[in-house]
Design a protein around this ligand. Structure first.
Ligand code: FPP
Length: 244
């Protein structure tokens, strides 16, 4: 597949990485091997997004619901995250990638939080792709946290209720500095949003592929971008917009 037209490249791609377990099962491997192979897809997709000039890539790496998985799997996923951050920071830096995290980060094990802070700091000055990791993330929880922060300010009088609007709510979300996703990709064929970026995906185009996440590499990303480039984004209006 050829490189897509630069004017039709989405500014922000968000991905629900699903199917690691099924990938492992198909090969009679432990689930952890699926997650390990999934981490290699993360590496390949981050690199490809940088090369293609995509501004933001948000990956659903660990949901609020994922805490309910067996303890050994949760521990292994956290260790994999730390290992990935440690191993990749030099490569990310070389590729001018900036790092951010969204979610209830304080719920992560302390060593993972430390590694995350260290990596974010090391990549802070970069100006290329921003890689956003959604960790201990839930869309509803994010809205709860935003409502709490707004209510607190309304109570003290720092905020007038009449000033609550969409812009203000967006500014209270974890994604306050990040534009809304243009394209939401979900792997492994499931037709669900799974509590991911509920507010932010209001106008996102959705691409679902049957490919399992560990098999999702640059050709599958290009297919998603090709699909996106053929959509007419209207944002509720009638006339098609040029250049979208
Ligand atoms: C879904 O597969 C995937 C996850 C819950 C975690 C995603 C984690 C990674 C890709 C690996 C590490 C991440 C980083 C950022 C280095 P699943 O286990 O739900 O698959 P299944 O539905 O087939 O069981």
């Amino acid at each position: 597949m050829s490189t897509p037209d630069a004017t039709k490249i989405p500014r922000h791609v968000a991905i629900i990485m699903d199917g690691n377990g099924r990938w492992a099962k198909q090969r009679s491997l432990p689930r952890l091997e699926g997650h390990r192979a999934g981490a290699e897809s993360v590496r390949a997709i981050v690199r490809a997004c940088g090369e293609l000039g995509i501004g933001y890539l948000t990956l659903y790496a660990f949901s609020s619901e994922n805490w309910r998985r067996p303890k050994a799997e949760v521990t292994a996923l956290m260790a994999l995250l730390e290992f990935y951050l440690q191993r990749e920071v030099a490569e990310l830096d070389k590729n001018n990638v900036r790092l951010a995290a969204i979610g209830r980060i304080h719920e992560l094990p302390e060593s993972a939080q430390r590694q995350l802070d260290k990596s974010i700091e090391a990549l802070r000055k970069n100006t290329g792709l921003t890689l956003v990791l959604a960790l201990s993330y839930g869309g509803r929880t994010e809205i709860v946290d935003a409502v709490r922060s707004i209510a607190r300010d309304a109570k003290t009088g720092a905020l007038d209720i009449a000033d609550i609007n969409e812009e203000l709510i967006s500014q209270r979300l974890y994604t306050r500095d990040i534009p809304d996703p243009d394209l939401l990709v979900r792997t492994s064929g499931e037709l669900r949003v799974s509590n991911f970026l509920l507010w932010q995906i209001s106008y996102a185009e959705i691409h679902v592929t049957d490919t399992l996440w560990p098999d999702f590499r640059k050709p599958q990303l290009l297919a998603a971008l090709d699909d996106y480039s053929k959509r007419q984004r209207r944002f509720g209006r009638v006339a098609p917009l040029e250049g979208n």
